[in-house]
Design a protein. Structure first.
Lengths: 437, 502
């Protein structure tokens, strides 16, 4: 009798303590509890061997590509080369990966220029369709490409131009892994996998502070509100949302917002409850990743945005979504959130699975963003029978697209004739050496 | 290409640019408003472009006739823009991607499928009264507090021992600034706090009034002797005051952790979480903001430091080896040669004989002591015997370990043998001292001594009789009182160096 009472009391105590004292909660999104799934054994990926001009030469020309926020394409390549899901036999592969670095043509400032990217992509696709039969088999429906640029495969940094271009025609049937995600937008294809932008994990982990330091900042944001260089009159940049944040809350003591980037930026984020993640020229930003790593609840101000791994991570439960037209009421919205909801969100953010899923560590660790991409690809298997075309059947129009795209990849492409000349020259050189020495 | 170079230079629309270049190339009107201009188009008009130009030119001529001065086509264009004809703008983004021209002209606004989110210029929404609402600020602070309480319960120390803060002080000009600083720090510190304030010169009313407003549990002690003026003697007096505080702890058997919170020091709140880890004696790293050897020396040493490679904050505290055991001390001590302080590290072996040298220069504030270490051994043993008889056997061993003073702690008599004691002497073997703050790498406490100038004086309050004041009236260097002028100053000397005339 006494033992039963003691057991009941212990059980109640455990439940109560578990509810209140737990530091994190399990994350389960619409696809279920899939963040910790292991993709090995569920899919096979074949990595095409491309000439180095498409990947290594581009990287050698500008090594800054390894640290900027579009470095995803390079690290995914590295990961797949050494991963257990890679297969060297293309006949048994479920997915085909083309390692082409289209976002590595940088200005002196470090911003990528997308003007050569469509031609580079076309040239790559022409190459793989000539060398291997797998592209023509499905016209790319079982191929995936990593296009982390501003507007994905629309290959332009300006939204109007990107919309006008649309997704590159040749990639219409392929799966795209991109950072851009906005519902009902031309540049987001059905079935794309949205990934977070690349943030260097070591840099962020070097700035961690003990979690007992009290969070004393209510809302934190550092970044531009007006882009005077490109949008002098305002209203264009960020659809006026960032400017609205500044104008409405610059005098509000609860909002620690400014354009000055301090040295203690990461430490300050860990002392804040809410971190604003408004859109800029594109709706996504690395602030989301930083907010998740540092436990700061992201306040997402971007209409219709699609966040990374949206089927695996329940973003509505983790972040706060504010419509752009509600920005003037942001303080009312944030202060009227009940404290239990805030604590629950912080518990979800503290889950190690959540933090891992946003990072691209080298070497790859289980549960990180690389594995989430593979999980996403695995969830799309098995392929529908209809993607396999009959021989001779064509689904893509190779000559569609703006005329600028149809020009061959200048200076980099060695078509057959020049390749022959090149070989001849090398042969001559070799014989000269042999004869002279 | 012309348009390319123009785009790289400025933000000017192609149409406007073209019209301006055309205007520049065509022969200008030579005189007045009445002479007709030879248009660039020539005689026969073909196409709408030249037709529009001719119309503009005609309108300009007529307007010039009417107004009386030359009215050019460019001005008309400017007026038209003002009126509101939508002239397309150069797309943003060209300034960023240096020198790359991706075709001129603007694209029409493309509405995407949903129609809800579209590209283009949007209005910046500002609410009519963009000022903070006090009710919302109150709610936000309630949320902050709730989050911080949760953080403490999840990540902070589970049990908090009482913090016994011992503060030596004396009534002086800047006393209120310093003492209020410590007061607010202790009020913000989590967990129970007992504040022992030991005052040189006896208990004064100023200190008592500050303590009364503190809403903390405090003990106000007084020592009859006044605080001396010279630096070395001041240090010794402070030590004496601290020992007085420790005797109080010993007498009253206060249980907790003793923190030496000097009144002009700056403490961070992280310190209070860190000291909960102390078992018996802990050592902290103290940043020395001012060496205390005088203002001029500090300035010169700081200048010297600034001119050298990197000005570094001198830090005094434990030096650890790889296994986080204390093996020595980083000490700042005055070099005998020129009076300037130099920082040096000393290990136990270095100053085996000269332990006094190191010990006197270590700040008390860098040490945290479990109050049981200063209790009377005999009495605490009696207590334990009483306690042990009523508890179960396996719990008794745990309690003994935490309660009984370990053998490596000196007795009170041995420790406080002379006036200038040092916390180092509390331990027979200094290897047992625990290093706090990530092995002394984090500085959570800053030591500074800032006082008003020795000759600063202020008129006394008009109070009838204060017989319990411990200082002598003729030592005018210690007249703090209140910062208010109730009576006019005794001596008024005209300012001689003001830049403006009287």
């Amino acid at each position: 009798m006494g033992a039963a009472w003691i057991a009941l009391a212990l059980g109640l105590a455990l439940c109560a303590s578990a509810e209140q004292q737990q530091q994190h909660e399990r994350i389960s999104g619409s696809a279920g509890d899939v963040l910790e799934d292991d993709p090995v054994g569920r899919l096979k990926v074949f990595v095409y061997e491309l000439p180095v001009k498409y990947n290594r030469k581009v990287l050698e020309k500008d090594p800054r590509c390894l640290t900027h926020m579009f470095a995803t394409e390079i690290f995914v390549h590295e990961f797949l080369l050494g991963s257990a899901v890679r297969t060297l036999n293309p006949e048994e592969a479920d997915w085909f990966y083309t390692p082409v670095y289209t976002t590595c043509d940088l200005t002196p400032n470090g911003l990528p220029l997308p003007f050569k990217s469509p031609r580079m992509m076309r040239s790559v696709i022409q190459y793989i369709s000539n060398q291997w039969p797998y592209w023509n088999r499905t016209e790319g429906a079982d191929h995936f490409f990593v296009v982390p640029h501003d507007f994905g495969a629309c290959f332009h940094y300006q939204e109007e131009k990107a919309i006008e271009r649309g997704i590159l025609h040749l990639l219409q049937r392929a799966t795209l892994v991109q950072t851009f995600g906005q519902r009902y937008h031309v540049c987001l294809k059905e079935g794309s996998i949205v990934v977070p932008p690349y943030c260097p994990p070591q840099k962020m982990q070097a700035h961690l502070i003990p979690p007992s330091i009290p969070r004393s900042i209510f809302v934190y944001f550092r970044g531009l509100f007006y882009d005077y260089g490109n949008d002098p009159e305002g209203g264009y940049y960020a659809r006026g949302a960032r400017a609205a944040v500044w104008e409405n809350f610059k005098d509000n003591p609860l909002f620690d917002i400014s354009t000055e980037h301090p040295i203690t930026y990461y430490e300050d984020m860990q002392r804040a409850i809410f971190c604003l993640c408004p859109l800029g020229w594109a709706p996504w930003s690395p602030r989301l990743v930083e907010g998740v790593i540092f436990g700061c609840i992201p306040v997402i101000i971007a209409d219709d945005i699609v966040l990374p791994f949206a089927d695996a991570i329940p973003w509505e439960e983790i972040g706060v979504f504010v419509a752009e037209k509600d920005v003037p009421k942001l303080d009312t919205i944030l202060t009227s959130i009940p404290p239990e909801v805030i604590l629950k969100k912080q518990r979800l953010l503290a889950t190690p699975a959540m933090k891992q899923a946003m990072l691209f560590p080298q070497p790859a660790q289980p549960g990180d963003a690389f594995h989430q991409i593979l999980n996403g690809l695995a969830r799309k298997l098995p392929h529908d029978r209809r993607i396999y075309l009959n021989p001779g059947e064509k689904a893509l129009n190779w000559s569609s697209g703006p005329p600028g795209d149809l020009k061959p990849c200048k200076r980099n492409t060695l078509d057959r004739e020049s390749r022959n000349w090149h070989q001849l020259l090398q042969l001559l050189r070799h014989w000269c050496r042999v004869l002279l020495f | 290409m012309k348009s390319g170079s123009a785009a790289a230079g400025g933000v000017l629309h192609p149409v406007l640019r073209r019209s301006l270049t055309n205007a520049a190339s065509t022969p200008r009107k030579s005189s007045g408003s009445s002479s007709p201009e030879r248009g660039g188009g020539g005689g026969v008009l073909i196409g709408p472009g030249p037709l529009i130009r001719l119309c503009l030119h005609a309108v300009a001529c007529i307007a010039s006739l009417v107004i009386g001065f030359r009215f050019s086509r460019e001005t008309l264009l400017v007026l038209l823009i003002d009126v509101g004809i939508k002239f397309p703008y150069v797309e943003p983004g060209l300034g960023v991607r240096d020198g790359v021209q991706d075709g001129g002209g603007r694209l029409p606004e493309v509405r995407t499928k949903s129609g809800r989110v579209h590209v283009g210029r949007h209005e910046i929404l500002i609410r009519p009264w963009p000022h903070p609402d006090s009710a919302e600020i109150y709610r936000a602070h309630a949320l902050l507090e709730r989050v911080q309480v949760e953080q403490q319960s999840l990540y902070g120390p589970k049990e908090r021992k009482t913090v016994i803060a011992i503060t030596p002080t004396f009534a002086r000009t800047f006393q209120a600034i310093h003492l209020l600083g410590v007061m607010h720090t202790l009020r913000a510190a989590p967990g129970p706090v007992i504040w022992i304030v030991v005052e040189a010169g006896g208990r004064s009313n100023e200190t008592a009034s500050i303590l009364a407003s503190s809403r903390l549990e405090f003990v106000h002690l007084g020592v009859k002797d006044a605080m001396p003026v010279a630096w070395e003697q001041r240090r010794r007096m402070e030590t004496r005051l601290r020992i007085e505080g420790l005797s109080h702890v010993r007498r009253e058997k206060l249980d907790g952790l003793i923190l030496f919170a000097d009144d002009s020091n700056v403490h961070s709140l992280q310190l209070f979480d860190e000291i909960q880890k102390v078992k018996w004696i802990g050592a902290l790293s103290v940043g020395l903001l001012e060496t205390g050897s005088g203002a001029t020396e500090t300035a010169s040493s700081m200048v010297a430091a600034a001119s050298s490679a990197k000005p570094r904050l001198p830090v005094q505290g434990p030096a650890c080896n790889e296994t986080c055991h204390v093996v020595g001390w980083h000490v700042l001590r005055p070099s005998p040669v020129d009076g300037e302080d130099d920082s040096s590290s000393s290990s136990f072996t270095d100053v085996a004989g000269g332990l006094t040298d190191v010990a006197t220069h270590l700040e008390w504030s860098g040490f945290v002591i479990n109050s049981r270490a200063v209790w009377d051994e005999a009495e605490s043993e009696n207590e334990e015997e009483e306690a042990s008889s009523s508890t179960m056997e396996d719990e008794q061993q745990e309690e003994d370990a935490t309660r009984r003073k370990p053998e490596w702690i000196n007795e009170w008599k041995e420790w406080i043998s002379e006036d200038s004691g040092s916390p180092l002497r509390l331990a027979k073997d200094q290897g047992f001292i625990e290093a706090l703050g990530n092995c002394g790498r984090e500085v959570m406490l800053w030591w500074i001594r800032v006082e008003a100038r020795a000759d600063s004086r202020y008129p006394p309050r008009q109070v009838a009789l204060c017989p319990t004041r411990g200082y002598h009236i003729y030592q005018l260097t210690r007249l703090p009182h209140r910062w208010s002028l109730t009576s006019p100053l005794e001596i008024t000397v005209p300012a001689q160096r003001t830049p403006w005339p009287e």
